[in-house]
Design a protein around this ligand. Structure first.
Ligand code: ZN
Length: 666
């Protein structure tokens, strides 16, 4: 290829173009089957709709410019196709803003993140794509003239953040291209767009900024902090960024003193000092005052809910329970799976709090005797947190439960959930068609695993549809449909409607009845990859349940790809090893004396490559063969042996079922 630099033949051009296509569209180079079916997004640039799309197979591109141009446009078309699917029951961004504006400050205004500070024109998306291809493709198509439109603008150093993320494999060129297009329309920072669209966690964003241009961290400021404003003023402190592992602080005061103050409010976080920027101090304090006013103003009914939600979100709680008791009401907060009493208040306060929660979640506040579900969002630490509200009557009144879905916790990489045999699950879910089932009781983390599985798919080149009741977490690039039984838009209607949209992957909430079971089996039989959840505790029970729902074993023979059963077990604090005190004898700052620092998954999973594997599974069920998989109890016992969890937890989850394994070890 090196010698023939002047007159490349069409065939060779085709080769380069197909490599670029591959990079942009994935290895299949398959165009979206639905291109044109859905309407283009109103604000989408016109060129997307009118751009000519050469057929990849005829391959007669007149030159590289045209081909690349078309290919990148096409990649955007796919993105548009996916995102314009109607998101039923999803509040518009206006609603979202109204919900969060009363308690929150405008984040975009006081964040001066640098990712886009060169302005909208700094990097055309096309440049990024070309750069990405140049850096990622070993054989550069360098002997071709670079299309002039891609050469315009500034050099690679101006979108170092994007390149950094590409190089680390955190995003694909397509994702970067789509984000930069979004940036052109919204003017938001590239990193923030990627975080909002769940391609990146905030920690990954901060990490990338640190790597490409650490000093820029100092230009950010947070919109909320637990440290009282008075202390911030007294010691001249700016909190720049807070992420999972650490906190970035700027100060004009005594660093040792400031370190102590920050550690008190953010125990366990690594504190890093960044240069203090005097011009930022006054606006930062003004913002903090605004947000602390909203939180601290005593007893206006408006803020009790805000304060509880803020408390829940900032402590990593998973749900808030408001329980009326006649004369007063209690609020419990669940952290790491266990409820703690959080607040007690008078009944009139409860009525106001309940009304506000229902109002925000767009529930009918006049209805008090029927269960209702809804959701709203708040902004916390520069990301949107979904709050799912459910109201249901009890004899004392109406119980309100608010479930907190932190997108970052959902954004967990499937490989980091603690699934011991994760390879089997990814094998199953990487198949083009078939049925993959995720099973476990309530609160066993099924939803997180389901969302993480979906996040692990290539959302740019696959059409993914979820049918949920209700939609718990929004995933960019995925078409999420909310079932609404009240209007007759039930599960089967939703699924039937979606099947006509030619999806690659269909993920459904719980399979509860025969009709649903039948529909997903039919969808899997017709060549879709179907993910579903069932309320069972093991692989064998899952089969029993399917049979109970009227599915015959021969129907599963050619479609069953994988079953995973899971539960959550608390993990022993890595800092104090469960002793709850640090080496100086003080309460452990990591677990706050709890002895546990989080939870991990225990699971059993099996992958069925073909019908022979499924036959073997049925033989196990009938007692004619030994299980080929490690059971969930064995997995938990192994985690106990490794010191990840302890005996109490093993007992709590499995009781006597774990005994034989423990005794075998002893
Ligand atoms: Zn500890």
């Amino acid at each position: 290829m090196e010698q023939n630099t002047t007159t490349p033949k069409n065939a060779e051009r085709k080769g380069v173009l197909s490599r670029i296509r591959e990079r942009l569209l994935g290895p299949t180079g398959k165009t979206s089957p639905d291109a044109g079916k859905t309407q283009a997004e109103p604000q989408a640039p016109l060129e997307m709709q009118s751009g000519h799309m050469p057929d990849p197979d005829t391959g007669l591109f007149s030159d590289l410019e045209e081909g690349l141009d078309a290919a990148v446009k096409e990649s955007i078309r796919i993105e548009v196709d996916v995102t314009v699917e109607p998101f039923l029951d999803i509040p518009s961004s206006e609603t979202t803003r109204v919900d969060s504006s009363d308690s929150d400050t405008d984040l975009t205004a006081n964040v001066e993140a640098f990712e886009g500070d060169e302005g909208k024109e700094e990097s055309t998306a096309a440049e990024m794509i070309v750069d990405a291809i140049e850096t990622a493709t070993p054989e550069k198509p360098s002997r071709f003239k670079q299309p002039t439109q891609f050469r315009r603008g500034k050099s690679i150093s101006h979108h170092r953040l994007g390149i950094n993320l590409l190089e680390k494999g955190l995003i694909t060129p397509q994702v970067l291209y789509a984000a930069s297009k979004e940036q052109e329309v919204t003017g938001e920072k590239l990193g923030q767009i990627l975080v909002q669209n769940q391609y990146l966690s905030n920690s990954e964003r901060v990490q990338a900024i640190l790597e490409v241009s650490a000093e820029r961290i100092a230009q950010e400021t947070v919109s909320k902090t637990k440290i009282p404003v008075e202390k911030l003023i007294e010691h001249k402190i700016i909190i720049s960024t807070i992420h999972d592992d650490g906190i970035f602080v700027a100060t004009m005061g005594d660093e040792r003193m400031v370190r102590r103050i920050v550690a008190e409010y953010y125990p366990g976080k690594k504190i890093t000092f960044v240069p203090f920027s005097p011009t930022k101090f006054a606006p930062f304090i003004a913002n903090m005052r605004k947000s602390s006013d909203a939180v601290d103003t005593v007893a206006t009914k408006e803020t009790v809910l805000d304060r509880l939600i803020f408390r829940a979100v900032s402590t990593g709680g998973s749900d808030l329970h408001f329980i009326p008791r006649g004369k007063s009401y209690s609020v419990y907060l669940r952290v790491n799976g266990l409820l703690e009493h959080e607040h007690e208040g008078p009944m009139d306060e409860f009525l106001a709090v309940a009304a506000q929660a229902k109002n925000r979640a767009r529930l009918d506040s006049s209805k008090k005797h029927a269960p209702q579900n809804g959701s709203f969002q708040i902004e916390f630490n520069r990301k949107m947190v979904d709050l799912r509200v459910s109201a249901s009557p009890n004899i004392e009144g109406e119980c309100i439960v608010i479930r907190i879905q932190d997108p970052e916790s959902i954004n967990k990489n499937i490989n980091h959930l603690g699934i011991t045999r994760i390879g089997k699950w990814t094998q199953a879910t990487s198949r083009r068609g078939g049925l993959c089932l995720l099973t476990g009781g309530t609160g066993t983390g099924k939803t997180t695993t389901m969302y993480s599985t979906i996040m692990s798919f290539d959302r740019q080149s696959k059409k993914i549809i979820t049918i949920e009741n209700p939609v718990e977490v929004r995933i960019a690039g995925v078409s999420q449909v909310a079932v609404n039984e009240a209007t007759g838009f039930d599960f089967n209607k939703a699924l039937e409607a979606q099947l006509t949209q030619d999806p690659d992957v269909i993920a459904v909430g719980e399979v509860k009845n025969e009709e649903t079971a039948r529909t997903i089996v039919r969808a899997a039989t017709s060549g879709h990859l179907v993910l579903g959840t069932l309320h069972t505790g093991s692989i064998s029970e899952t089969l029993d349940r399917l049979m109970g729902l009227g599915i015959k074993d021969h129907e599963l023979r050619y479609i069953l790809r994988g079953i995973m059963s899971q539960d959550l077990i608390r993990t022993v604090c890595k800092k104090c090893h469960g002793t709850c005190v640090d080496h100086e004898g003080f309460t452990c700052a990591e677990c706050l004396g709890d002895g546990y620092d989080g939870r991990t998954l225990v699971s059993e999973v099996e992958y069925f490559h073909d019908h022979n594997d499924v036959d073997r599974l049925f033989a196990v069920r009938e007692g004619n063969a030994q299980p080929t998989w490690e059971t969930i109890v064995e997995d938990a016992v192994n985690k106990y042996r490794q010191g990840i969890t302890n005996e109490q937890e093993l007992d709590r989850l499995f009781g006597a079922a774990a005994r034989p394994y423990l005794e075998r070890a002893a």
